[in-house]
Design a protein around this ligand. Structure first.
Ligand code: ADP
Ligand code: ZN
Ligand code: ZN
Length: 743
């Protein structure tokens, strides 16, 4: 009777959300095998330890290395169809290998939270309201004594195809009025799947501008790639019309009924991108980010996986969203470090997206005004098609970058005389100034005048930042907070003073200097509330004159047409960083912030305040621009055997105890050293730059190689060793960081 089994295997290998780098074998009960065709990517309930767990089937087998008597059976099947399609199962398995991360954790990461919790992968249903024949015929004045019912009926009469509950709520109509009308036989209700509400019918679309020559060439090159795997690097200066290029490409793909996944680095950018796409593309667009409720995310996920949504705009985790007919992946601001997850499953969404596109034979479009050194190296080596846009679109001009030598100058609240004069002129012309300082809060340090005491974090080796408005001392590394104090805990002196400036201080100190000018601060503190960023950008658009003060949040893709002056308060930050990526980051930030100036008709001007105006990197960036800066930077990296020419893996360990993390890595190095091939360069263990963070003492071991294969072999060996070693030593935790961005 074997033939009648719908699942012709005795065993299923299941991924579970546990920190073990293995799959778990379960017997498939005969009854289940007879009734269901099990497939990889389906969720199953399984017994695990003393309880039960939700798992995902990865594969099947005819045999198991475990003894029959040790094996348990699947308890129940959760899905009739895979929640993770084959394509994403393959991607997850690849990612688990590449990042040396437990497969179960990777697979569960790929699922939206509600599906991890075991909810059904189904659209919710909602009420739809329809007018009946009687309701259409009735004289509406008969309801004049029940104005709510009257409003309700009027609205439904105007929508012969029915109105969703969502539409009813948006119009502020009362469901109770609907129910009363239903009792009178004037309206009727139907339950419909939520997805029909996502259907787009008609709306206005904006007339697109005529593409310039560079844009047209880029568009054509990208369209040529559309039926195969290829990576295009759209390297266009800020305001060169990159978004316009991908809108054109998207239109073409949507016409072919394909879906496009568009990744943006930050939640704050999703509403703006959504609006711009909505105005141009006559199709269903969904958002995916962590600021949505579980239900909203599941709905977006279902709309994407079912193919209803043609455009999916999302942050990092959207790299795993299933799409029925994916035609292209676009990664905007591809250089942004937030595409890399910095804890747990440390994947890079850009690299994952490229792998995914390769599996699907579709193109990837990477866009940036300041491409990462990794992508530039790939472009130089012709692995990526390098498309350059070097002119600003429309009539906008590239802003001029000018260095302001701070040496020997008397500064007013951190500003040079030249910067203050320029601000005055700019505001007098009813234009906007953008001040960039990548440090939020009031001041980075609180110090005692009498004894030199400095407020530092109890859990990290860093100073606490003063937040005057919130009346707090705040650790920007572990988030610990305490009340702002006014007396020194060491000597009881009340002479406490702050050192250095943060955005909050600049805001406070500029307002008496520029009375009547609106000052808007944009940083993580001022944009914490859900719609704060949208409100702030709205305010920026409402005013002509304004001073915008912000951190790196300002550097990301925002469009402020009336900004004509940008002041970089501290161009030297990151110049002498211990991290070899410090210069790259600084140059990207400066270039991106500078790019906010003069994006519309008015020319822009950028002032960089620096104590090192002749530093080769700053000079190159100001006079020759980012591309030349990056090319120089790349030759330096090559000479020093650094990424992207060498591949790197960091083994991280941390422990509450001061020595344990170092000891663990030292022991590992000693034991494994004889097995490590010559071509791997191993450095460490050494302590992290900030040794103690959130109470954990951190140690690192760095592995580098010009080839990936031996590096992966060694990493696998070390991971196995660490997994074993930490089994008895629970207080030390380790992590494997492949292609790390942080040191
Ligand atoms: P980027 O994404 O490179 O920063 P955008 O696509 O946002 O640039 O374009 C910057 C501005 O220029 C936008 O307001 C856009 O509408 C406009 N724009 C883009 N392409 C053209 C064009 N070919 N002609 C006129 N305006 C354009
Ligand atoms: Zn003191
Ligand atoms: Zn801290």
């Amino acid at each position: 009777m074997q033939e009648s089994l719908l699942t012709p295997y005795p065993y299923a290998q299941v991924a579970l959300p546990v920190p073990m780098r293995t799959l778990f074998d379960y017997k498939i009960p005969k009854a289940m095998a007879l009734r269901h065709a099990l497939q990889p990517g389906m969720r199953v309930k399984v017994p695990f330890g003393k309880g039960s767990r939700l798992g995902v089937i990865v594969t099947f087998s005819q045999t198991s290395e475990w003894d029959e008597s040790q094996l348990k059976s699947l308890t129940s099947l959760k899905d009739e169809a895979p929640v993770i399609p084959a394509e994403l199962m393959a991607l997850s398995e690849w990612a688990a290998r590449y990042y040396h991360h437990p497969i179960g954790d990777v697979i569960f990461h790929a699922l939206p939270v509600s599906l991890r919790k075991g909810e059904n992968a189904e659209f919710r249903t909602e009420n739809w309201w329809f007018v009946t024949e009687a309701g259409q015929a009735i004289d509406i004045e008969l309801l004049s004594r029940a104005p709510r019912q009257q409003d309700f009926l009027k609205a439904v009469q105007q929508h012969p195809n029915g109105m969703s509950q969502n539409a009813i709520s948006i119009l502020g109509l009362m469901p109770n009025a609907g129910k009363s009308l239903e009792e009178k036989g004037l309206v009727r209700r139907e339950q419909r799947a939520f997805n029909t509400a996502g259907e787009k019918h008609s709306h206005q679309t904006q007339v697109p501008p005529v593409l310039n020559r560079e844009q047209t060439m880029a568009m054509e090159e990208i369209l040529d790639m559309r039926n195969r795997f290829a990576v295009a690097l759209l390297d266009g200066i800020t305001g060169s019309g990159k978004t316009e290029v991908f809108l054109r490409v998207m239109e073409k793909l949507i016409a072919e009924d394909k879906q496009i996944l568009v990744m943006v680095p930050e939640i704050g950018l999703t509403p703006q991108t959504f609006k711009r796409f909505e105005n141009r593309l006559n199709t269903n667009i969904v958002l995916m980010h962590s600021n949505m409720t579980d239900r909203e995310r599941l709905d977006a996920w279902l709309l994407s996986s079912s193919g209803h949504a043609k455009v999916i705009i999302g942050t990092r985790s959207a790299a795993f969203v299933p799409a029925a007919n994916l035609g292209m992946i676009i990664i905007d601001e591809e250089h942004d470090a937030s595409y890399k997850q910095h804890e747990g499953f440390r994947y890079h969404a850009r690299d994952l997206a490229i792998k995914r596109a390769q599996n699907l034979s579709i193109p990837v479009l990477l866009a940036s005004a300041t491409p990462s050194f990794e992508s530039l190296a790939n472009a130089l080596q012709k692995r990526f098609t390098w498309l350059k846009l070097r002119q600003r679109a429309g009539n906008a001009h590239i802003p001029e970058m000018e260095r302001v030598d701070l040496r020997g100058q008397t500064l007013v609240h951190g500003f040079s005389e030249q910067a203050l004069q320029a601000m005055k002129r700019c505001l007098d012309q009813r234009e906007q100034v953008l001040i960039f300082l990548n440090r939020r809060g009031y001041a980075p340090t609180l110090m005692c005048h009498d004894c030199g005491w400095i407020a530092s974090c109890d859990h990290c080796d860093v100073n606490l930042t003063v937040h005057k408005r919130a009346n707090k001392l705040h650790c920007h590394h572990c988030d610990a907070q305490k009340a702002l104090i006014h007396t020194c805990p060491e000597c009881q002196s009340t002479e406490l003073f702050t050192v250095g400036e943060g955005t909050e201080q600049i805001e406070t100190q500029l307002s008496p200097l520029f009375k009547d000018v609106p000052i808007l601060r944009i940083d993580r503190d001022s944009t914490q509330r859900k719609s704060a960023m949208t409100q702030l950008t709205q305010k920026i658009h409402e005013h002509d004159q304004a001073i915008l003060i912000g951190t790196q949040m300002l550097a990301k893709g925002h469009h402020f047409p009336n900004v004509t002056l940008v002041i970089i308060m501290d161009a030297d930050a990151g110049l002498f960083s211990a991290d070899f990526r410090g210069m790259e980051r600084t140059a990207q930030l400066i270039t991106q912030v500078a790019g906010r100036a003069g994006r519309a008709k008015k020319p822009g001007h950028v002032l960089l305040q620096t104590y090192h105006p002749d530093h080769a990197a700053i000079e190159c960036l100001c006079t020759l621009g980012y591309e030349q800066f990056a090319l120089n930077g790349l030759s330096e990296r090559k000479a020093l055997s650094l990424p992207p020419f060498y591949h790197q893996v960091l083994i991280r360990a941390e422990s509450g105890n001061e020595q344990e993390a170092m000891q663990l890595l030292t022991k590992m190095r000693l034991e494994l050293e004889p097995h490590i091939p010559q071509d791997i360069s191993m450095v460490g263990p050494y302590t992290a730059i900030i040794v103690r963070k959130a109470g954990q003492h951190r140690a690192l071991l760095s592995l580098k190689s010009s080839h990936r294969a031996p590096l992966h072999q060694v990493t696998a060996m070390m991971t196995t060793w660490l997994e074993q070693a930490t089994r008895q030593q629970h207080k030390v935790r380790y992590a494997v960081d492949v292609d790390p961005l942080e040191t």
